[in-house]
Design a protein around this ligand. Structure first.
Ligand SMILES: *Cc1c(COP(=O)(O)O)cnc(C)c1O
Length: 369
């Protein structure tokens, strides 16, 4: 008997290589490798209706999308941006790289997204923006956060890196806030290898189109900007991934049902469900369990060469880049450090088989109590 097969937590949709070669040949024949070439524009047109109903601008990464989304708020240097301690590092790095100060508000222990009461409590005279995260594909309390932003005149940018094609109340998730930042990294669902998108609920401010291109207009530097352009090679990856997206989504929806059935009745674990009226995440299959069980299950799976996504480590506090940052909470004690370590995301992609699911459920069952 050989070793058990390796099951990775994710697997990128691989581009159709023939199509990608044709597309690259097109770019080479046109002598056009970046700066809004025809592949870039084609991908932007095709992706726009998938991420929103407003306008969409492709950029070179999800982190760049976050930075452009923040800079569009015209915040003053050193302004405070309220965000979640439960996210990927990029959320906080984007804030600090822009010269703003991250302020951490607590999460709701059920949804693990920013708690509106904690956000209100975190507001100071220096607060200029809120950067909530649709964490592991669960939408934030978008209505409450929109109200807070309105009441206090704050810029509201959503980190939608986990939220490609996520819908709430039948509307694309980018319908809320001033702007949303998506990631098109290979570890996400739809991707361009590296890439991202800035999405507006309505028509965009022309300044934002220029911001990704050095703040230039007609050859003149007219405003703040950087180089956040998505190249033709990145666009070729995206256009050659797109035809395979529907099949991958179908496989993930089927996998979700397989997991739901196989894990039913296992004591000590539960699904980390989305909100009512929200679509299921197409990126993660998250479970909740006591932290000690989480660690045991994670290790037991790894021993069988099955790699789950361990909980997202807190982005502030001891041992981090921001050791002194506190989590503002309205509860007796902050919920993020307690609820965060309960999370475990199972392998979730089209390559996970029914046999894998049976093995995973078996290992979880043996380690969950
Ligand atoms: C992946 C991710 C990003 C950053 O995206 P990149 O495309 O890798 O720069 C930002 N926020 C969250 C929550 C992410 O998971």
């Amino acid at each position: 008997m050989g070793d058990p097969r390796i099951v990775t937590v994710g697997r990128p949709i691989l581009p159709d290589l023939d199509l990608m070669k044709d597309l690259m040949a097109e770019a080479v024949a046109a002598n056009w490798l970046s700066n809004f070439g025809s592949l870039h524009n084609r991908l932007e047109r095709q992706l726009a209706p998938m991420v929103g109903t407003g306008s969409t601008q492709l950029v070179s990464s999800g982190t760049m999308a976050l930075m452009v989304a923040l800079k569009l708020g015209n915040l003053t240097d050193g302004a405070e941006v309220i965000t979640s301690p439960l996210s990927f590092a990029a959320t906080v790095q984007a804030i600090t790289w822009c010269g703003y100060k991250p302020v951490f508000a607590d999460v709701d222990p059920v949804t693990l997204t920013l708690c509106p009461d904690a956000v209100r409590a975190a507001i100071t005279p220096r607060t200029a923006a809120i950067l909530p995260v649709h964490f592991v594909g669960v939408p934030c309390d978008v209505d409450a956060l929109s109200q807070i932003a309105k009441d206090h005149g704050l810029w509201l940018a959503f980190d939608a890196a986990h939220a490609f094609m996520l819908e709430l109340k039948g509307r694309p998730i980018s319908s809320w806030g001033d702007v949303s930042a998506f990631s098109l990294h290979a570890t996400k669902l739809m991707h361009t290898g590296e890439g991202g998108a800035v999405v507006f609920p309505g028509t965009h401010d022309p300044q934002s189109a220029r911001m990704r291109n050095f703040g230039m207009q007609d050859g003149r530097m007219t405003g703040p900007g950087t180089n956040a352009k998505l190249s033709e090679a990145q666009a070729a990856v995206g256009l050659a991934v797109l035809p395979k997206l529907d099949v991958e989504i179908e496989q993930r929806q089927k996998l979700r049902r397989l997991y739901d059935d196989a894990l039913q009745g296992i004591a000590g674990i539960r699904r980390h469900d989305s909100r009512p009226q929200a679509s299921d995440s197409l990126l993660y299959y998250p479970l909740r369990m006591p932290p000690a069980v989480q660690q045991r299950v994670f290790m037991a799976l790894a021993q069988e060469r099955i790699f789950a996504r361990d909980h997202f480590a807190l982005l502030c506090g001891q041992g981090t880049y921001l050791p002194d940052a506190q989590i503002v909470t309205t509860k007796n004690t902050a919920q993020a450090p307690i609820a965060g370590p309960e999370l475990l995301c199972l392998p979730f992609h089209g390559g996970v088989t029914a046999e894998d699911v049976a093995r995973i459920a078996d290992i979880i069952g043996k380690n969950s109590i």
